[in-house]
Design a protein around this ligand. Structure first.
Ligand code: ASP
Length: 345
């Protein structure tokens, strides 16, 4: 029998680690030991568990690139001592953090699984236990000494997803996430089934793991809507310091063909702004040139976001801008698949 897997739990905050104060009715953050004490089942798992916690656990609405760098550093510092990492995180921005970490952690050969819950761990009907226990089990899976999952994932309500393909879609249901353009990597029922064909392995020879900590947050998101005015568009495109804009277009990447609209975009792009065409539909892909309305965007040299999520587009842009691809190389590099975040075509 092989040795037990060593798993590191990184606790950043979120509902999962909260407990209801029965006197006041308010939710307050657990410390890590209290969290573990609430899941005695963890002792039955066939792995060695250790935990590290943020000094002040946060609601994930407060997440920012500095916190991502902290998580990346914790993984880097402990990379060789552990076989897998489970990051406890609030669900609100989990897809952003998962996407960011997928770019920041290069040449991963171990699992990094983000999970959380809709109800606190101390709640009778909590979804936290299953989410946490199964995440740890998946992070422990090895075959011939090699991790079976070697990418940044998100586990929630019986499904393991590639994190950079997910979006939070529901604030009420336990099934809070969807991955519309990539099938689940694993499903947990009576058996835990991995979908081997969909797992991602970096084609990296045996280049060593590397954690990039820098992100450039001079990125914006603009969702088109019928009736958007020129002043508003101009103000958004001209925002001080803006370097990349994720433009959420209609359907398969379509936008108005009014001259003023295209002229504003053209001016901004000529001044060096990278504008990324991402669909505001939750599933499907941008196909530049399918309609006249997207052919015009193609002529303006918009970056083709294909079937990427907004979460992955924002964090990929932040990563590229901070890691030497801020100029002409940005478009080519963005349109290249880096971590399985989109389909190549
Ligand atoms: N507001 C919480 C958070 O994202 C919600 C949750 O954890 O599900 O931190």
């Amino acid at each position: 029998m092989g040795r037990k897997a060593n798993i590191l739990l990184i606790y950043t905050g979120g509902t999962i680690g909260m407990v209801k104060d029965y006197k006041t009715g308010a939710l307050r953050a657990f410390d890590f030991d209290e969290l573990i004490a609430n899941i005695p089942e963890l002792h039955q798992l066939d792995c060695n568990l250790e935990g590290i916690t943020f000094s002040r656990p946060i609601d994930s609405s407060n997440m920012n690139p500095k916190h991502w760098a902290t998580i990346a550093t914790l993984i880097e510092d402990n990379y060789h001592a552990f076989d897998g990492f489970v990051v406890l995180h609030g669900s609100d921005t989990m897809s952003y953090s998962g996407s960011a970490l997928s770019f920041m952690l290069e040449n991963l050969s171990k699992p990094v699984i983000l999970t959380g819950s809709q109800l606190p761990i101390g709640d009778l009907r909590t979804d936290a236990k299953e989410n946490l226990i199964t995440s740890i089990q998946i992070a422990s899976l090895r075959d011939n000494g090699e991790a079976m999952v070697q990418e940044v994932c998100l586990y929630f309500e019986y499904k393991l997803y590639r994190a950079n393909r997910t979006t939070k879609i529901n604030a009420e249901h336990f099934q809070a996430f969807a991955s519309m353009n990539h099938p689940p990597l694993a499903e947990s029922g009576v058996h835990l089934k991995l979908n081997h064909t969909y797992l991602y392995k970096e084609d990296n020879g045996s280049r060593p793991f590397r954690a990039h900590k820098k992100m450039d947050a001079n990125v914006g998101v603009l969702k088109l809507f019928p009736g958007m005015g020129q002043k508003f568009l101009k103000a958004a495109l001209g925002a001080d310091g803006l370097k990349a804009l994720v433009l959420e277009t209609y359907g398969s990447g379509n936008a108005p063909i009014d001259d003023w609209f295209l002229d504003e975009l053209k001016r901004a792009i000529e001044k060096g702004l990278h504008v990324i065409n991402v669909t505001q539909c939750s599933g499907g892909s941008v196909v530049m040139g399918k309609y006249e309305s997207s052919r015009r965007l193609m002529q303006l040299q918009l970056v083709n976001g294909k079937d990427i999520t907004t979460e992955a587009a924002v964090t990929k842009a932040m990563w590229l801008l901070a890691n030497g691809f801020s100029n002409d190389s940005f478009k080519t590099k963005f349109e290249t698949v880096l971590r399985g975040e989109m389909n190549q075509n």
